[in-house]
Design a protein around this ligand. Structure first.
Ligand code: PLP
Length: 389
């Protein structure tokens, strides 16, 4: 079949490939410890599930407004206004099936062929995939371990030019767990202050999964609201990955255009899922606190365990449920090491290169798994490296 040329430029998310490989090994009778996929291992809180069930039985099973039901847009506006200390109008909110479509639609709606887009590398692979898909030029901003995996605003500044259309930020960051400080954000804001047509896509999907300090958004800085699209959602915070519910808060002029893309693609987000989202935001938050505390406990275990293994060193991530250990001491390439860990140690992790070329020398390991399984994986990784060295 001859597909459109643009399909050659579209990338993917390796986590799904590794998951499929691991599942195939499980079918052959192997027991794999899953530390590859980016989702909380907790169940969605009961109050949220009950709200969705009630909504289905009440008949909320039809098409609804493309940009989201007014009650959820209102709840999101209140939530984002409070958490980012800004004044969000519900008309600036667009609800989508998962937060990922905000990346897709923003880049489709805003970036022309030949324009430049900066993005973190290592970073969520969909950024680079979509930049290439629309024929724009990807300009990676390296995240370095010696800078706690925070991007260097001076480097970003050095890459800014007349063709720069969009800058993608992601804090807390997948895959590194790095968190941008207020000073970092101020420096980025200063660098783009005079650029009228430049936009920032601020991916804040892990905003609530933060262990040290608090989340800061570039949208909170004076003058940045008008330039910024905040991406957030329910997948990670409320363990709702399979529900597909996310949102963007964007400049008012962009909302109708993104809504038009939604009308052309998925029409709208499921009504009963949106009603569950209202309960998530307005209901009790004790489960979120419990999940974050549990992740924090596991962070200590996995960081200490990895640092005890010869050939591996690991920084403490300030947010997310990922660690990004340096494995250069094993003398293996990241991809080889992750392949061998799956095949010979029954542990599924991702190569750092699944997140871009600056991920070489690292693995991404999710600690969204039980303490028991994390400990088992640490023993298996350690044994594997003892035998290969
Ligand atoms: N942004 C980042 C950095 C992510 O890690 C993910 C999910 O892994 C998303 C966006 C997409 O989230 P969702 O599952 O709500 O589409």
């Amino acid at each position: 079949m001859k597909l459109a040329d643009r399909m050659r430029r579209l990338g993917t998310e390796t986590a799904f490939d590794v998951l499929a490989k691991a599942k195939a090994l499980e079918k052959q009778g192997k027991k794999i410890i899953h530390l590859e996929i980016g989702e909380p291992d907790f169940d969605t809180p009961l109050n949220i599930k009950e709200a969705a069930a009630k909504a289905i039985f009440a008949g909320h099973t039809h098409y609804v407004s493309a940009a989201g039901i007014p009650e959820l847009r209102q709840a999101i506006a209140v939530h984002v206004s409070r958490t980012r200390r800004i004044d969000v109008d519900p008309e600036e909110v667009v609800v989508t099936p998962g937060a990922k479509p905000i990346i897709f639609h923003t880049i489709l709606a805003c970036v022309n062929k030949g324009e430049e887009v900066m993005y973190p590398n290592p970073g969520f692979p969909i950024y680079e995939s979509m930049i290439n898909f629309v024929g724009a030029k990807p300009v990676p901003i390296p995240l370095k371990e010696e800078n706690d995996f925070r991007l260097n605003p001076e480097y970003l500044k050095s890459k800014l030019n007349d063709k720069t259309k969009l800058i993608i930020l992601n804090s807390p960051s997948n895959p590194t767990g790095g968190v941008l400080t207020w000073e970092d954000l101020k420096a980025i804001a200063d660098a783009v202050a005079n650029r009228k047509d430049l936009l920032i896509l601020s991916d804040e999907i892990y905003s609530e999964i933060i262990f040290d300090g608090k989340h800061e958004s570039i949208a909170s800085i004076e003058g940045m609201r008008e330039k910024t699209i905040i991406l957030d959602g329910f997948s990670k915070t409320y363990a709702m990955t399979g529900w597909r519910l996310g949102y963007g808060v964007m400049p008012k002029g962009l909302c109708p255009r993104v809504t038009q893309l939604i009308i052309n693609s998925n029409s709208c987000t499921s009504a009963f899922t949106q009603i569950a989202g209202i309960e998530a935001l307005n209901g009790p938050q004790d489960k979120v606190k419990e999940y974050v505390e549990e992740f924090k406990k596991r962070r200590e275990i996995i960081v200490a365990g990895l640092n005890d293994i010869d050939g591996i060193t690991c920084l403490r991530p300030r947010g997310t449920f990922y660690v990004f250990p340096n494995v250069t001491g094993t003398a293996m390439k990241s991809q080889d090491l992750s392949d061998r860990l799956l095949e010979d140690a029954d542990v599924a992790v991702l190569s750092g290169t699944a997140f871009g070329k600056f991920g070489e020398g690292y693995l991404r390991i999710s600690f969204a798994n039980s303490v028991e399984n994390i400990n088992k994986a640490l023993v298996a990784i350690s044994k594997f490296l003892e035998h290969t060295n």
